[in-house]
Design a protein around this ligand. Structure first.
Ligand SMILES: *Cc1c(COP(=O)(O)O)cnc(C)c1O
Ligand SMILES: [Zn+2]
Length: 413
């Protein structure tokens, strides 16, 4: 790979050649992929990028760890829309607000960015089988992207995973193991199985290429904003690979001179499962927590990528905000009503955090914010109904319609 130097341990600094099946350091630390920014600076310009027709995450190939000859996997991943949301900005009391709807990826979450990368690297490694454990979306995205590329998948999910996500897995032809236990226990079983059968490992905390896929969300946001850096980027945090990837993308752009400052990150977690935010707030190492939230995708009591995420939040002088399940459901409704964007609970947690930070006066009128919606609400309709209630149900009868409107104070014009 022309632009990749090596993988470097974030804990001890040891470096490793960037082979396709690279995993963690001998010391147990997670690796970070290191690039030759001087070479990228020479070869990649904003103008050259703007002229590329490719509307997917692969338009940033100089900043991605794949070989020249590697075909990107077939599904179109990335280049999701970034909407400016004036009405919501006003309602929240913000200067300007943009929503990046990453629920529009092929399997309906930001995880497609990592899974597409996993499939590309598995092909380079000559692997026929990929496996992962997941709270749901890493699984469904891996199953979909692998199916499109003709690879076999073994997927471990906790039994609490919402039906929509499990339906995706089965539809994509994965072998699905539903583990009766926490995400932590699910992860451990997947690890043991991967060791036993030697499958390609798509666990984001082990495979250092995956956050390189996830970072493309940051590359896109900045290109879509014409390289004008917002004050904050808000995102939900579970296993911690997403926020770490987001930060990596921003730092890449800074290193090659495409942006001249860095935004502050806003790390949003659920109050019932916020080990990372707690660690930042108390200044102590993180401690495991219960997985006590309906936002299943971020219910991760033992985050696997905490090192990188803690560094990212601290380096960015970031904010932490933890929200209740009620606040998450309210944000789901708010995004739907004001933006027409339908996010799953973990998908809207970043926005729930923005709302709370506005109320607390920590951000406001003078601030510009990008909020990333990380997953689509159709994956988990049970919680959407909880958030937004039931429809008016009546027989086909005008009298009953008028009664129902009168009861609810609805006055059609
Ligand atoms: C995985 C996921 C997250 C969080 O990403 P982590 O890398 O686990 O921190 C947020 N939202 C959705 C919808 C996800 O699937
Ligand atoms: Zn190490």
């Amino acid at each position: 790979m022309k632009y990749v130097k090596y993988g470097k341990c974030v804990r001890c600094g040891r470096t490793y050649p960037a082979v396709p099946d690279l995993t963690t350091c001998e010391c147990g630390g997670i690796l970070d992929i290191v690039y030759d920014y001087d070479a990228i600076r020479r070869d990649l310009t904003k103008e050259a990028l703007a002229a590329r027709p490719e509307r997917s995450m692969w338009r940033y190939r100089e900043l991605l760890p794949i070989e020249d000859g590697t075909e990107p996997p077939p599904l179109r991943v990335g280049w999701s829309p970034l909407y400016e949301e004036g009405r919501l900005a006003e309602e929240l009391g913000l200067g300007r607000l943009w929503v990046k709807d990453d629920g529009q990826n092929p399997t309906a979450s930001l995880k497609d960015r990592a899974s597409a990368m996993a499939v590309a690297k598995a092909r380079e490694a000559g692997a026929k089988v990929i496996a992962c454990s997941s709270t749901g979306n890493a699984a469904s995205s891996l199953a979909g992207n692998a199916a499109a590329a003709g690879l076999e998948t073994y997927i471990f999910v906790p039994s609490r995973a919402p039906k929509g996500k499990v339906a995706q897995l089965l539809t994509f032809g994965a072998t699905v193991i539903s583990v009766e236990g926490s995400y932590e226990e699910t992860f451990e079983l997947s690890k043991a199985a991967i060791d036993r059968w030697g499958w390609y490992n798509r666990n984001a905390a082990i495979n250092p290429y995956l956050s390189e896929g996830k970072k493309t969300v940051a590359l896109e946001i900045m290109e879509q904003l014409s390289w004008q850096v917002p004050d904050y980027i808000a995102i939900s945090v579970g296993d911690c690979c997403t926020i770490a990837g987001l930060w990596k993308g921003l730092k890449d752009l800074y290193a090659i001179g495409f942006i001249d400052k860095l935004p502050r990150l806003s790390s949003a977690q659920a109050e019932g499962c916020c080990p990372l935010n707690r660690s930042i707030e108390t200044g102590e190492p993180w401690h495991p927590m219960e997985e006590n939230t309906l936002a299943d995708s971020i219910a991760v009591g033992v985050p696997r990528n905490a090192d990188k995420a803690l560094m990212a939040i601290r380096e960015s002088n970031g904010l932490t905000v933890s929200v209740s399940d009620a606040e998450i459901l309210a944000a789901q409704q708010l995004l739907g009503r004001t933006c027409g964007v339908f996010g799953e609970p973990a998908g809207v947690t970043g926005t729930a955090g923005v709302k709370k930070l506005c109320r607390q006066g920590l951000i406001g009128k003078s601030d510009t914010v990008v909020s990333v919606v990380t997953g689509n609400g159709l994956k988990d309709v049970a919680n959407a109904v909880k958030a937004c209630g039931e429809p008016i149900t009546i027989p086909s009868d005008m009298g009953r319609l008028l009664d129902a409107f009168a009861q609810r104070g609805i006055r059609p014009e």
